[in-house]
Design a protein around this ligand. Structure first.
Ligand SMILES: [Zn+2]
Length: 385
């Protein structure tokens, strides 16, 4: 038996060796890296991968739902997984993962009884809990699609006040107080945003508050965010706000932000209380406050896990390039970044609040034209001279 296995391995490896050798060889093996999506004349989504030599590979993306600015929200309201393709055009309406009769279920808050969500309407009063679960949802935008309003995911108690009257999209009513309101439960495991171009200060905004819900495995790739001069006052381009009011724990896990461009905001990337984050290949400029801020919620729910900030270009900011809040049990690596004219009034480029049981490394970063100096105690600070 052993001899046969060995012989099989030998034959397999030999055949593999010769099949490689006999393949047509055009100076290099194509490494398809750049990916562009487009629509065919038959309204099929095409994925084109391009090698640095110019060679292209085109394939059809099966089962992608193609939306327009007019249909985007209703399609988002009825799909908890799959691929949604935003065709060209200006998306002027706020989009997001919200509640709907198609995607959510409901219970009456006071009795904890399951109710038929289809039966709720604009005459239904009282408080309801709405539940929605999203798994492996991919959002891809056409090269000529632009988003001028926020994309939001909101978890928590949603009710009206004198100055804020949010909508209940299930009952199709405006909420004016707490007597008729809802608790939004949205659990996400796998959501990807690809090539979405946000403009006019629009944000990608996850706001999670107090309910035991999570957004895990979130990828934001090759997206761009262009703010207005007024966005520099208080707007964050990518925001993961863990507005924790109880001990329900960490809300965000495994966030990957890559090859994004962010320009003219108050902060570029702002996260709270997450476990594992990577920010790589991003280009962040003209931010008034921190370019990248990995924070704790209320200074007491720390970020944890692997934190990698690699190969980003940060320039023309008016405060620190990188800010860490309270961290615990984290492995922090800041590597291969190029920073230019981005520091606070003490020439600090990076600053951390107390890091408990964390390791941190600062390797191969460049502050254009200056020498950087690292101080580890009591706070981790990198400044230049
Ligand atoms: Zn090639």
């Amino acid at each position: 038996m052993k001899k046969i296995t060995l012989l099989l391995i030998l034959v397999l490896s030999l055949s593999l060796f010769f099949s490689c050798k006999s393949e047509p060889y055009d100076s290099h093996v194509h490494k398809y890296e750049k990916v562009i999506y487009s629509l065919s004349e038959e309204n099929k989504v095409l994925k084109t991968t391009i090698c640095s030599c110019g060679a292209k590979n085109v394939e059809i993306v099966e089962n992608a739902v193609v939306v327009t600015p007019e249909t985007a929200l209703s399609v988002l309201d009825s799909n908890n997984s799959g691929i949604i393709y935003f065709s060209e055009g200006e998306y002027k309406e706020e989009l997001g993962i919200r509640h709907s009769k198609d995607a959510s279920t409901a219970i009456k808050t006071s009795t904890n009884e399951k109710v038929d969500i289809q039966a709720l309407n604009n005459e239904t009063t009282g408080n309801y809990n709405y539940y929605r679960t999203v798994n492996n949802l991919t959002l891809i935008a056409d090269e000529n699609a632009v988003f001028t309003k926020d994309f939001k995911v909101r978890v928590g108690h949603i009710y009206g006040t004198a100055d804020n009257k949010p909508k209940d999209p299930v009952r199709d009513i405006e909420l004016v107080d707490t007597n008729t309101a809802f608790y939004s439960y949205i659990d996400i495991d796998g959501i990807k945003f690809y090539n979405m171009k946000f403009s006019e200060g629009a944000r990608l905004y996850f706001h999670y508050s107090s309910l035991d819900c999570h957004a895990k495995n979130v990828e934001i790739e090759r997206c761009s965010f262009t703010g207005l001069e007024s966005s520099k006052e208080k707007t964050q381009a990518i925001k993961f706000n863990a507005d924790i009011t109880d001990e329900s724990g960490r809300m965000f896990e495994n966030l990957k932000i890559s090859n994004c461009v962010i320009k003219t905001y108050n902060q570029g990337i702002y996260t709270q209380s997450l476990n594992n984050v990577t920010v790589s290949g991003c280009d962040i400029s003209d931010v008034k406050h921190n370019a990248i801020a990995i924070q704790a919620s209320q200074d007491k729910f720390p970020f944890t896990g692997s934190v990698l900030i690699d190969n980003n270009k940060i320039k023309n900011g008016s405060d620190r390039a990188i800010r860490f809040g309270v961290g615990e049990n984290a492995t922090i690596v800041v590597s291969n970044n190029t920073i230019e004219k981005t520091h606070d009034e003490n020439n600090e480029v990076l600053k951390a609040q107390p890091l408990t049981n964390c390791t941190h490394e600062f390797v191969n970063n460049t502050y254009i034209g200056k020498t950087m100096k690292e101080v580890s105690e009591p706070n981790w600070i990198v400044s230049f001279e």
